[in-house]
Write a protein that binds this ligand. Structure first.
Ligand code: NAX
Length: 327
């Protein structure tokens, strides 16, 4: 039997947590031969609910789940963690501006960054889901100076999955024929779900779709605003699809992604393709042996450049707003 992989999940009693941790325990991240230990973090008022979730985990009798740790202490949650999935965050309440949301989350990601720095495993890898995901990730990264910065990522996989699904439906082709869609920038309304470097069934996706107006006026805004549309329809924000995207993000990072079927994740920006340096920016990535690299050589149109610049500008503003938390 292999040594178990330790997976820390924050906000584990929340909606996404409830859709996520059973799948981890079932082996969805690392396959059917890899045992896992779940290290679940919540805030004190949610510990009762978390105990209920743990009872259900027991009641599933998952063979791969060798231990479950429940805690309200970040140092305990991240002790020896190989993977840290930062899902918990302060929710946006009615009338709250994005700037206030950023500040409200600052202390959470400062303390979790420090706890990861001091306690996580040497091979620690971090995925930030809690919003505003890119900038929360930036804060955690800045507060974990001993962890290589490339280990910090923010999730844009839900946006990618939404984009692929919409394109497959429009083209009337199987989902797996849609490749090399890119989410550029921020996980927010400024993200750029790029179809112009994508393929459907081995042909340029925009050519297969054959309707540029649909791409600019329907597809792009629909992907950008999909989270709000789900809230409007369901009365609650995306949970199962967000958990599924988090699983996909880890699967790709763990198992790899080829240049022919690249993925997107928010990573520490490099300035590539006109993105600003010093933020967490989503790019097209190929992944091999756990190391990702930005796919090179894509030709950008003026439209691509403007969209990438707009999302970069928003991320710079977010960074400005959380300056106090970037040590
Ligand atoms: P919930 O409010 O249902 O759950 C969040 C949980 O986090 C709660 O149980 C809360 O007690 C816990 N929590 C809060 N502060 C904590 C802390 N300091 N330490 C540990 N736990 C803490 O929200 P849910 O629907 O699960 O969404 C979680 C986060 O994901 C939100 O920030 C949400 O905006 C974000 N999302 C991100 C997405 C993405 O694509 N990156 C998409 C889905 C989702 O909107």
């Amino acid at each position: 039997m292999r040594d178990p992989i330790r997976v820390a999940v924050t906000g584990a009693a929340g909606n996404i947590g409830y859709a996520l941790i059973f799948r981890i325990a079932n082996g969805d991240l690392f396959g059917p031969d890899q045992p896992v230990i779940l290290q679940l973090l919540e805030i004190p008022p949610a510990m009762g609910a978390l105990e209920g979730v743990a009872m259900e985990l027991d009641d599933c009798a998952f063979p791969l789940l060798t231990q479950t740790v429940l805690t309200d202490q970040p140092d305990v949650a991240f002790a020896g963690a190989n993977w840290s999935l930062l899902v918990g965050a302060r929710p946006r309440t009615a009338g709250m501006a994005r700037k206030d949301l950023l500040s409200a989350n600052g202390p959470i990601f400062v303390s979790q960054g420090r706890a990861i720095n001091d306690n996580a495993a040497a091979d620690a890898r971090i995925v930030v889901v809690g919003n505003p995901a890119n900038t929360n990730c930036l804060i955690a990264m800045h507060n974990a100076p001993d962890v290589p910065s490339e280990r910090f990522t923010a999730m844009t996989r839900l946006d990618l999955n939404r984009a692929k699904s919409m394109l497959a439906q429009k083209a009337g082709k199987p989902l797996q024929t849609v490749k090399n869609v890119t989410i550029w920038g921020n996980h927010s309304g400024t993200q750029y779900p790029d179809v112009f470097h994508a393929q459907i069934d081995g042909r340029p996706a925009a050519e297969v779709i054959g309707d540029d107006l649909w791409i600019s006026d329907t597809y792009i805004p629909t992907v950008q605003q999909r989270g709000a549309a789900v809230i409007a329809a369901r009365g609650a924000s995306s949970a199962a699809s967000a958990a599924n995207a988090c699983i996909n993000h880890v699967q790709s990072w763990y198992a790899g992604a080829s240049e022919d079927d690249w993925v997107s994740m928010g990573i520490p920006s490099t300035g590539a393709y006109g993105s600003p340096a010093g933020v967490i920016f989503s790019y097209p990535l190929a992944i091999e042996d756990g190391a990702y690299r930005i796919v090179e050589g894509l030709e950008l149109s003026d439209f691509d450049r403007a969209a990438i610049a707009a999302s970069g500008q928003e991320l710079l503003q977010e960074r400005e707003a959380v300056g106090d938390w970037l040590s």
